[in-house]
Design a protein around this ligand. Structure first.
Ligand code: DP6
Length: 333
């Protein structure tokens, strides 16, 4: 019997220029361009085995059966892989993170990236980063970026082009391009109250600032891109902070308002700005949750970490560095 299985490893990523809002909900097309940094050592490992004895897809996450909602999103991705590859059969999916979900870094980006890669190769298809990125994007747009290591862009897609590359992320610079660090300050335990997908849907429908956010985002992505090209941390960091605050301001103005910040979030942001006043080039960002991530050089990371550790309400910190892209191996573990 031929083995229809594969194992994939993908890293989490953090957006320097944020994605928030969809141009097309059914196709999951982002309304704005985003630019991210793929992070080591935050890894999701996922195995997919198409097994003819199965009568439905199954999914386990970190050794426990997935919830109905998690299973549904995985099955939707598997359905797209089956449709595109014309491969039939149900899959047993096992996925685990080497970082706790409550670490303050999204596991959906690395999770859907690894699932797309493993499912595509397990279905007998040749490894193709563009196709895998486009498949992952439809499940979770940030997942499209984790296919590549280092600095990655997810442009606004033009589906009328009919080309899969128009729906995929594209690599800007590899992980060795610039020795930066992301210092993560965890400020709360547990899961966030409103997930990204629901949060951006509410923002699109009800925030009076949504159009302004969509209009401002390409310029902020341009600044991040040109700052990266020049390895200019001030340019990247300034645009990243503005992208973060504009995204949150837009979400806060939704009805009901989405407040992802906790008191410790603001304290950590203030600590990062305090470092800057002392001459340390550190810049903050925060996703749809209360945790703060500071961007800085490798040399400054110990000082940034110490400052965030000492900040009121910060529970713990960790330092991440530029990570590699997706790796998929045919066959079992
Ligand atoms: C704030 O990619 O999780 O982290 O496409 O609906 O799954 P869906 O959303 P998701 O949103 C990420 C939002 C963000 C910013 C970013 O990563 O660009």
């Amino acid at each position: 019997m031929t083995m229809h299985s594969a194992v994939a490893r993908a890293h989490a990523n953090i957006a320097l220029a944020k994605y928030w809002g969809k141009a097309d909900v059914a196709l999951n097309l982002p309304a704005v361009p985003s630019i991210s940094l793929t992070l080591a050592p935050l890894i999701t490992e996922t195995s997919v085995v198409f097994d003819e004895r199965l009568s439905a897809d199954t999914l386990s996450l970190d050794g426990a059966p997935a919830t109905a909602g998690e299973l549904r999103r995985a099955v939707e991705l598997l359905d797209r892989v089956r449709a595109l590859s014309r491969f039939q059969g149900f899959a047993r999916v096992e996925s685990s993170n080497n970082f706790p979900t409550a670490a303050g870094l999204a596991s959906s980006a690395s999770g859907f990236c690894a699932l797309a890669g493993a499912a595509w190769v397990a279905a007998g298809q040749a490894y193709n980063e563009t196709v895998i990125s486009a498949l992952a994007r439809q499940s979770s747009a940030s997942a499209a970026r984790s296919v590549y290591g280092g600095f990655v862009e997810l442009p606004v897609a033009d589906p009328t082009q009919g080309d899969v590359a128009a729906l995929a992320a594209r690599p800007l610079y590899g992980p060795d391009y610039w020795d930066l660090r992301i210092v993560v300050a965890v400020t709360a335990e547990g899961r966030k109250s409103v997930g990204s997908t629901a949060g951006m849907g509410l923002t699109e429908r009800t925030s009076p600032y949504y159009e302004a956010w969509v209009a401002a985002s390409p310029g902020l992505a341009d600044q991040v891109r040109s700052g990266l090209a020049a390895r200019n941390l001030e340019e990247v960091g300034t645009a990243m902070e503005q992208s973060t605050l504009a995204m949150h301001a837009c979400a806060m103005a939704a009805d009901p308002g989405l407040i992802y910040f906790q008191p410790a979030t603001l304290a950590a942001m203030e600590a990062v700005r305090g470092l800057r006043r002392d001459g340390v080039a550190a810049y903050f960002t925060a996703d749809a949750g209360p945790h703060v991530k500071a961007l800085c050089t490798a040399a400054d990371a110990p000082q940034v970490q110490a400052q965030l550790e000492a900040t009121n309400g910060v529970l713990r910190t960790m330092v991440a560095l530029p990570g590699a892209g997706l790796v998929v191996q045919p066959g079992g573990k």
